[in-house]
Design a protein. Structure first.
Length: 288
């Protein structure tokens, strides 16, 4: 066999092997919004749901007179339901969004399940309820979140929820409250649950079995692996909204939970390519 054919065959094999090791990026988990909320809100994409209290009705539902004074809005909460096993092992995150003509996109991040970090609290808190797998995500600020608009151009004002988690079976959005300065609801829809204490890390992450122990003064491999899992599941989100004369465009990005895995696969693929080319060089030297 000619040397050129040997080189071509081995290079092609290395490229195929490297491509096979790079997985596709994960897509965001769908927000499953209850029918009663969908009847009054808008779901322009799978991982974003919003209720508009001002806006162009030709673009979708607008809750007329849902809130008499939009400047009285200081926060919001959403009641969600999840698979509790997924929640405590995979985790989830996203944002509660306040979006209007004057201030633009104002996102308050939330985290739940294994994504909760006590040393890095979010503005939006994740509360437990008395129902397993049901949680309340709530943000409450100290200042109004919307500005008044003149009669000629009222523009839009919306309260929404965004999801970044890529690997959950699903997130069911079943209730929403818009909160006033005192934290009480000035608007409510759907099936809301009473919140209890703020969710803490799952017990499985905070403690190990009796057989596992780490001597004082040594590094904990369990802690290191937990940090690695956390970083590989970290999510990023970019959201932007623009509007003119009531026309609204919203863009978000879902969690890229497999980025680190993809990078590892690419490295392994390059290593395979190097091995293949080295083999070809050996063949050439023997031919000489």
């Amino acid at each position: 066999m000619k040397i050129s054919k040997i080189l071509a065959g081995m290079s092609a094999a290395a490229i195929v092997a490297s491509m096979a090791m790079i997985p596709a990026s994960a897509a965001g988990t769908k927000l499953n919004v209850s029918d009663d909320l969908l009847a009054i809100g808008r779901q322009s994409q799978d991982d974003l749901f919003a209720i508009f209290f001002r806006g162009d009705e030709s673009e979708g539902n607008v809750v007329k007179d849902g809130i008499t004074d939009i400047t009285a809005v200081y926060g919001a909460s959403f009641t969600i339901k999840v698979d509790n096993n997924d929640w405590n092992t995979i985790g989830g995150g996203g944002s509660i969004n306040f979006n209007d003509t004057k201030n633009g996109w104002n996102a308050k991040d939330w985290a739940g399940g294994s994504w909760v970090e006590d040393d890095k609290p979010k503005d939006t808190l994740c509360y437990t309820t008395d129902e397993e797998g049901t949680y309340v995500l709530e943000y409450k600020g100290d200042t109004p979140l919307f500005d008044a608009a003149d009669d000629e151009e009222k523009g839009y004002a919306a309260v929404g929820i965004n999801n970044w988690a890529a690997d959950l079976k699903g997130i069911d959005v079943v209730g929403v409250k818009v909160l006033g300065a005192d934290g009480n609801a000035i608007y409510e829809a759907g099936s809301n649950k009473d919140k209890k204490e703020v969710q803490k890390k799952p017990v499985a992450e905070e403690s190990s079995s009796g057989a596992d122990s780490t001597p004082s003064g040594t590094d904990s491999k369990k802690d290191d692996s937990k940090k690695d899992d956390k970083s590989s599941a970290a999510a990023t989100s970019t959201a932007a909204t623009s509007s003119k004369s009531g026309t609204t465009t919203t863009a978000t990005s879902s969690a890229a939970a497999s980025d680190n895995v993809a990078a590892t696969g690419a490295t392994a693929g390059l290593a395979l390519a190097g091995v293949a080319l080295a083999g070809a060089a050996i063949v050439i030297s023997k031919r000489k």
